[in-house]
Design a protein around this ligand. Sequence first.
Ligand SMILES: [Zn+2]
Length: 259
Amino acid sequence: MTSDEKYRKVAAFIDQARRVVAFSGAGISTESGIPDFRSPGGVWSRYDPQDFLYQNFLASHEARIKYWRMSEEFLGAILQAEPNAAHHALVEIERLGKLDCVITQNVDGLHQRAGTSREKVIELHGTVHTVSCQECGARTSRGEVSERIRGGVAVPYCDLCSGPLKPDTISFGQAMPEQETREALERSRACDLFLVIGSSLVVHPAARMPVEAAMNNAKLVIINLSDTPHDHFTTVLLREPAGKAMQGILSAYRQILAG
Ligand SMILES: [Zn+2]
């Protein structure tokens, strides 16, 4: 099957679907210029992941200094990035009434910046854009905390209780957010089209979601540059960049709508 034929097939699935769940991973963000921190040469290869274990963050001021330095560097890349064609295609699919939700492994907030409704984005690994006190749970905006760091504070602490502040991203050694994980699984089971965009589906619980969708008779479409463990039971597999594939699918869908 050619790419164009695949686009038309996926567009027809969207047209027939009542609930489309999109699942996005690092591959959608790398096309916006955000480095995949798990890949070679990424942020992590210049730091020791042991320094970023949640338990170490809680235990040591030194670990917090390193954590915040790395985190501000990563934030800098995110703030320079713009949403790409794949993000915009999902906004359009929502506008056309087909999008149930976007489940994302990304912490950059690019779906929301592109225009996807906040309530439709489930962030499995949290977000860089808010910060919470690890003692009392008080939440503040990242901008305000970054301001303090630029002003010379190496590690920010809570104004209310002096507990350590940490961005609301899920660190190594930190539990997955319960409510988001549960909701993502429920929506995966209830959808009729599960669209993977730029994820290798190897991290749990992400790996389970397409399985749950397929077991409940949803069609499974995977757009990813590398192999995933689920390629053998996909309905349509596109080994292409996210932006190119989503643009192709969206224009095929517009043609269907135009009759
Ligand atoms: Zn506090």
